[in-house]
Unconditional design. Structure first.
Length: 397
């Protein structure tokens, strides 16, 4: 019998989606599952985006340019200029979601066996992308007691080896919601210059900052040849299913290499580009309403969590995720138990165990990630359910 590849065996399952079968089983039993495990907002996709596709005069759905439609890339250039990032259409590569932007970045910049340093907890799929590229992830621990602030830069220096090729950040962060400060970003700039490293910057949530100002990696002086910005419309416009992102860099050699990977997959989604081009034309105040809504949800979630005995949740500065420490012995077992064995007034809560967001074995066993992407009523019901569950869970410590 043919064998599965080592890469296939090493590829990790998504900690965000691995509990889906248990949620489906709960629903079949008539239990309402409140999904706080995944960043799927309930805020409506802008009508203008959907109308752009409905009204498009398309006779043949053709391939687009491998880098994406030039008209869209030109509009994206204008969007970035509006947030202080000076890039041309020729420095933007449109991708199939932010995920493909990360894969292209890793495949273009890193060799098998190279290392990337990532503050943990981190977006779980970075592990999968690293396996695809044959890259080793070196985690550096950030701690819930500091709200998951960037670890001291000396901790980065301790793990840098001749195989280290880059640092990966997500700002604002998924899964913690932490918003990196100007000082923290400048510290990363210095170490990247000092050791000639790439800075891979995932900025999917930049529009949703609640305290402080978003500092893009592309705002950092003297780092033009080092920065790879990975972006997406998924969260920005509540259009996760569009699967459209971008790799942005001023490093021409890197861009040319990534374009070859883009040519191999032919082109990004054509209909999604039509949608996204319409999104760029939305008024500048479009984000005011969703940002205010997420802020209200964040405040409610954090307040409710910290009111539960034994629970601690720092206040996230951005994105729409919160990490909470619970009085439990095993977050994987607890999240599965919630779906298999518990309900409160006909409902239960689906959360993401934090273990999948850490690279260090055993870390995050008393933490969960919650996405405040549902309305306030659903969040309140979820917190009622969680509070009731912690009163009876056999693994409470």
């Amino acid at each position: 019998m043919p064998q599965i590849s080592r890469r296939g065996l090493q590829m990790p399952a998504s900690p965000i989606r691995k509990l889906v079968p248990f949620a489906e089983a709960a629903r079949r039993k008539g239990i309402r599952v409140i999904p706080l495990n995944i960043g799927q907002p309930d805020i409506e996709t802008p009508t203008a985006m959907l109308d752009a596709v409905r009204k498009a005069d398309i006779k043949v759905l053709e391939y687009t340019h491998s880098a994406g439609n030039e008209s869209y890339r030109r509009k994206l250039s204008g969007y970035y200029a509006g947030i202080g990032i000076d890039v041309s259409a020729g420095e933007i590569l449109v991708t199939t979601g932010g995920s493909e932007a990360i894969v292209f970045a890793f495949m273009s910049c890193l060799n098998p066996g190279d290392e990337v340093v990532i503050p943990e907890p981190f977006y779980a799929n970075y592990n999968g992308f690293a396996v695809m590229a044959g890259v080793e992830v070196v985690p550096i621990r950030s701690d819930i007691s500091t709200g998951f602030a960037l670890p001291p830069i000396e901790e980065f220096r301790k793990v840098i080896t001749p195989r280290t090729r880059g640092i990966v950040i997500c700002n604002p962060n998924n899964p913690t919601g932490y918003l990196y400060s100007r000082a923290e970003m400048e510290a990363l700039r210095e170490i990247c210059l000092e050791h000639d490293l790439y800075l891979f910057s995932d900025e999917a949530y930049r529009e949703f900052c609640y305290e402080g100002t978003h500092v893009s990696a592309m705002h950092l002086e003297g780092l033009d040849q080092h920065v790879v910005l990975m972006d997406t419309v998924s969260k920005r416009y509540s259009a996760c299913g569009a699967r459209l992102g971008a790799l942005v860099t001023k490093n021409k050699g890197l861009y040319d290499a990534a374009l070859k990977f883009a040519q191999a997959r032919l082109c990004p989604p054509a209909l999604a580009q039509i949608m996204a081009e319409a999104a760029v034309d939305l008024s500048a105040d479009y984000f005011d309403a969703p940002r205010a809504e997420y802020l209200s949800r964040r405040n409610l979630l954090v307040q409710r969590l910290n009111a539960i005995p034994g629970v601690f949740c720092p206040t996230p500065g951005g994105a729409f995720y919160a990490m909470a420490r619970l009085p439990i012995d095993n977050s994987d077992a607890f999240c599965q138990w919630m779906l298999e064995s518990f309900s409160h007034q006909g409902s239960t809560v689906m959360m993401a165990p934090a273990t999948g967001f850490y690279g260090t074995p055993g870390a995050g066993r008393d933490e969960v990630r919650l996405a405040y992407v549902l309305n306030r009523e659903a969040i309140s019901e979820a917190m009622d359910c969680l509070e009731a569950a912690l009163k009876v869970y056999p693994g409470v410590v």
